[in-house]
Each structure stands twice: as C-alpha cells, then as structure tokens.
Design a protein around this ligand. Sequence first.
Ligand code: URA
Length: 209
Amino acid sequence: MDHLTVVDHPLVQHKLTIMRDESTSTGEFRRLLREISQLIAYEVTRELPMTTKRIKTPMVEMDAPTLDGRKLALVSILRAGNGLLDGMLELVPSARVGFVGLYRDEETLEPVQYYFKAPSELDERLVIAVDPMLATGNSSVAAIDLLKKQGAKNIRFLCLLAAPEGVARMKEAHPDVPIVTAALDERLNEKGYILPGLGDAGDRMFGTR
Ligand code: URA
C-alpha cells in the first residue's frame, strides 16, 4: 500500500463537504462521520488476507472466500477517534478494540500518555489506528510508537483529514505505516489547526467547545 492514499470517491467527498460546513449540526456531523468511516474502512481493509472455507449453499458445495488470520485490531486515539471507531465496528463487528489516550503537556507541548489498552497478540494482527485529524502528527506518531512497543508490526493509520505537515512527520517517524485519508488539506495554522479543515473534530462530534 502507498504511504498516502486519498479516498477520492464521490460519496466520501460529498459527505466531507457537508461535514466541513460550519452550519452542519452535531447530530448530522456524527452521522456523516459514521458513514464516511465505513467508506474509508473499505479502502483500508482492501488487502486483508483471504482464505477459503468449504460451505454448502442451498444448491451445491463450494470453497468460498473468507477472511484469514487473526481478527483486526482497531485502535482509537481518544477522544475524536471514537467517532471513526463506531462506524468501522459496524462494518467489522468482530474486530478487537484498543484505546490510546494522550494529552499535550502545556510546557513541553509533547504528547503525554494517560491511557493505553490494546488487544492481545498485536504482533499477529492488522492494527488500524484511527484519528479523524492528522494535524502536526505529534499524537499520531506517539500513538504508533506505543503500538509498536506493544509488538504491533502491521499498522495502518486512518483519518478524515490530513495536513501535509502531519503526513511528512509520519513518513519520517513511521515510513512503514500507510495513511488512508478522505482529503489532504492545504496546511496548518499557527495553532496547529488544519486549513481549510473542519474545526475541532472532537468538539464538532460531541457538541463541546
Ligand atoms: N485537531 C482537530 O480537531 N482539528 C484540527 O484542525 C487539528 C487537530
């Protein structure tokens, strides 16, 4: 898989435009995020290993395709990651789920871990880390560092919007982790927000400010 994949499907782009619009309500934003996450999940899981199993249709026996190997691990980077997680779990209900909680130290500006819980046997699973916004890349890089420390070897990063700065930072720190996004935006502003972006993803999905 390429280091960066932009899912430029018309449905994804249409939904994203509504999400970017500041007049879109919290409920609508959440519903669209759930829908869009399923369309991006479709792309990020495209190369999952397959095998066959013998089944009987009402007509005949056949060797039918089925997913191979251990269940996927979806890892939500709190809190906005949960918005992507919900939709993905509808598509892959048997996935195992982990959470990474990071906050930014106001003095050093470095991400600090406050929560980490991951499924077992991470080294044998495809691990998909989810966070809607790849902005500076600081928290994404830190989250992937933690997952690798726990043994994860096959990781993908799924987001809604990526800034070139965050993509470059990820490529430098984790060149082995492909990024799948709905859009690559222009740049970050001085506060680390993505432009044109959609504002604070967590606030927009949870109605906080
Ligand atoms: N996180 C957000 O929620 N929005 C941005 O624009 C950047 C980081």
